[in-house]
Write a protein that binds this ligand. Structure first.
Ligand code: NAD
Length: 316
């Protein structure tokens, strides 16, 4: 990875990924792109790119001399259920363009899958790397198809595709883009702003989560991994913790004892959460490329509350 182009760079992951990549590989070696330009980073190369425009993607990557494409643009789970056709067209159209352009220009390729690629018939606990994947959401359908397509481009064309299945990601820089696990970010904002939070996910619903610094390190590590050691290429299970809303509330109460949580369940997002695993098994990522998460719930909570407390209220 020397010259990296990133799609969907203004999203929850992209906005922090760009900063990390620029600090590791040099500001001028990372091209950020997104369909919108509002809030675009001004401290390095940025271009407007709609990922459904494969020709423009090719031109930008070629002109930049990119050797790596990190494809982040997608519609997330809760939004995808509201607009399933848009989700299919964006998630599959953007991915296909990314793979084709990478193949044409000989680039290394990364894209994240998700725990949304699992479904109600998947084993719920310690979900294995290889298991039943019959998701019931459009997001999940596009993620499973995407995992298979990335494997196909590797086997058929020798394209160096790599990827992980991310759990819910928790971060304080950019707000999440409409996923089912967004409550676990929102709860920290509301704890600081209002001292209370109404959860749309039920008290006893477990889902996997990870703090953003661990997610960003996982992206760099899987891309830098020795290909000879990779048995899998794409969609490695990665996770740092699994908790239910009442546990994250208890972790916050250690810092803000008066913090209160109540529940007003959103049936759509609850149904999505119920179809996902309680906890996934990351042992393939650990053994094949040394995946490691540094933050558990307590360490993440402390850091989130400190970092959000330092953020100007106007940017909430
Ligand atoms: P996000 O919704 O925060 O950001 C997506 C970005 O894509 C936005 O900046 C948006 O403007 C951009 N975009 C939308 N349509 C576009 C288009 N047509 N062309 C170009 N850009 C477009 O998403 P994120 O959380 O940063 O997720 C990035 C990837 O990681 C996605 O593939 C997502 O499925 C995956 N993922 C995220 C999480 C999570 O918790 N955030 C968990 C698992 C997997």
């Amino acid at each position: 990875m020397k010259k990296i182009m990133v799609t969907g760079a203004l999203g929850q992951i992209g906005s922090e990924l760009i900063e990390k990549l620029r600090s590791e590989y040099g500001v001028d070696n990372v091209l950020a792109t997104d369909i919108r330009s509002i809030g675009a980073m001004t401290d390095g190369p940025f271009e407007v790119l709609d990922v459904t425009d494969g020709r423009k993607m090719h031109t930008l990557a070629k002109d930049f001399g990119a050797d790596t494409l990190m494809h982040m643009a997608a519609l997330l789970s809760a939004k995808a259920e509201k607009e399933p056709l848009l989700a299919w067209n964006l998630n599959m159209g953007g991915l296909t363009n990314g793979l084709e352009v990478s193949h044409e220009l000989g680039m290394q390729f990364f894209t994240p899958s998700s725990i949304g690629a699992f479904g109600p018939s998947t084993p719920k606990k310690a979900t294995p790397q290889e298991t039943l994947q019959r998701p019931t959401t459009m997001y999940g359908v596009s993620k499973v198809a995407g995992e298979l397509l990335c494997d196909y481009y590797f086997h058929k064309f020798g394209l160096d595709t790599r990827g992980v299945r991310f759990p819910g990601l928790i971060s304080y820089v950019a707000k999440p883009g409409g996923g089912t696990t967004d409550y676990a970010v929102d709860i920290y904002y509301k704890a600081i702003q209002k001292g209370k939070y109404t959860s749309y996910i039920a008290e006893d619903t477990y889902m996997d989560m990870m703090y953003m610094p661990d997610a960003l390190q996982a992206i760099v590590d899987v891309m830098e991994a020795d290909p000879a050691k990779l048995i899998h290429r794409n969609a490695f299970n990665v996770t740092a913790m699994s908790f239910e809303p009442s546990q994250i509330a208890a972790a916050i109460q250690k810092h803000i004892p008066s913090f209160k949580i109540d529940y007003d369940i959103d049936p759509v997002r609850q149904a999505i959460a119920d179809s996902w695993p309680d906890s996934i098994d990351p042992s393939a990522a650990i053994s094949e490329w040394g995946f490691k998460a540094c933050y558990d719930l307590a360490a993440m909570t402390e850091d989130m509350l400190v970092k959000l407390g330092m953020k100007p209220q106007a940017s909430y």
